[in-house]
Design a protein around this ligand. Structure first.
Ligand code: PLP
Length: 287
């Protein structure tokens, strides 16, 4: 059965899906996106993902391409057509098609594209050994809270990580603090067991996995600090990890080549990975 995409009102075979050359997403990166994890055929944390979509659209003054309720139906229909069990749904909304001009067009309709992708299993070696990250200056714009399709600095940062043999880049702000990864949120566990991740602000994307994990750990009575942390603090940490909708919770065991703690995935990190996976299992079973 061919994989389908949803493009502006139609389900089309993925290989034939097209958008117009004057789509403002293509010309100006004038659009936003969401990535929603799918587990056992169910959308996980759909509401917070759609809330974040609403926020991103609102900040850029792009209208919803359809009602939230209709969008939920389309997401489910695409999952059904593509027989997606585990993976992600990618959805992108741009300001639409208009003759190229920087100012907002008066009459464009927002354009909506939705695709699905099967989960790429995390390599057993990454889980067993953790992953290395390299650090780079954070050269992004000052509205990283908007999930904009304008991802060139993130793309360059990821490529630099790949070329350095690392899994991810951790981005460092002008004060020497870690903001986040190129497509993941960054966390450390201090030597005295406190869980630290950057506070929400325009300097980071407020990850849905990050928030889900914060909600989950609240019941475990861990000491959690949402605050800035320096690269030096990260390098001196007992454990480190990253979170995202496709990596879940993944141990980080090297920063710029130096081991974090004993250089092995941390005990708390692995426990939090299990906690998050149970959350997905429960969420999928409850739907
Ligand atoms: C810059 C950035 N930070 C963090 C995340 C993690 O967000 P989420 O947990 O919602 O996938 C992403 C995901 O794409 C991202 O692009």
């Amino acid at each position: 059965m061919p994989r389908h995409a949803y493009v502006n009102g139609r389900y089309v075979p993925h290989g034939e899906a097209q958008v117009h050359i004057e789509d403002r997403g293509y010309q100006f990166a004038d659009g936003v996106y969401e990535v929603v994890p799918v587990f056992a055929g169910r959308l996980i944390d759909e509401e917070p993902h759609l809330d974040r979509l609403a926020y991103s659209l609102g900040e850029l003054r792009i209208a919803w391409p359809m009602s939230r309720a209709a969008l939920k139906l389309v997401l489910r229909e695409l999952i059904r057509r593509n027989s997606l069990a585990n993976g992600i749904v990618y959805l992108q909304v741009t300001r639409g098609v208009a003759p190229r001009d920087h100012r907002f067009p008066e009459h464009s309709r927002p354009a909506l594209v939705i695709t699905t992708r099967r989960a790429r299993p995390i390599s057993p070696a990454h889980l067993a050994n953790g992953v290395p990250v390299v650090t780079l200056p954070d050269i992004r714009w000052r509205r990283c809270d908007i999930k904009s399709v304008s991802l060139l600095p993130n793309v360059l940062a990821k490529q630099q990580a790949v070329e350095a043999g690392a899994y991810e880049s951790w981005l460092i702000d002008a004060e020497g603090c870690v903001t986040e990864g190129s497509s993941t949120n960054a966390w450390i566990v201090t030597k005295d067991g406190r869980l630290v991740t950057r506070d929400r602000s325009a300097a980071i994307l407020s990850g849905i996995t990050r928030q889900a994990l914060l909600d989950l750990v609240e019941v475990e009575q861990l000491i959690v600090e949402e605050r800035r942390f320096t690269l030096a603090e990260a390098k001196a940490a007992a454990e480190a990890f990253l979170t995202s909708s496709s990596s879940f919770v993944l141990p980080v065991t090297r920063i710029d080549g130096a081991p974090v703690g004993d250089g092995k995935p941390g005990r708390l990190t692995l426990k939090l990975r299990d906690t998050y996976i149970s959350h997905m299992n429960h969420a999928a079973a409850a739907l």
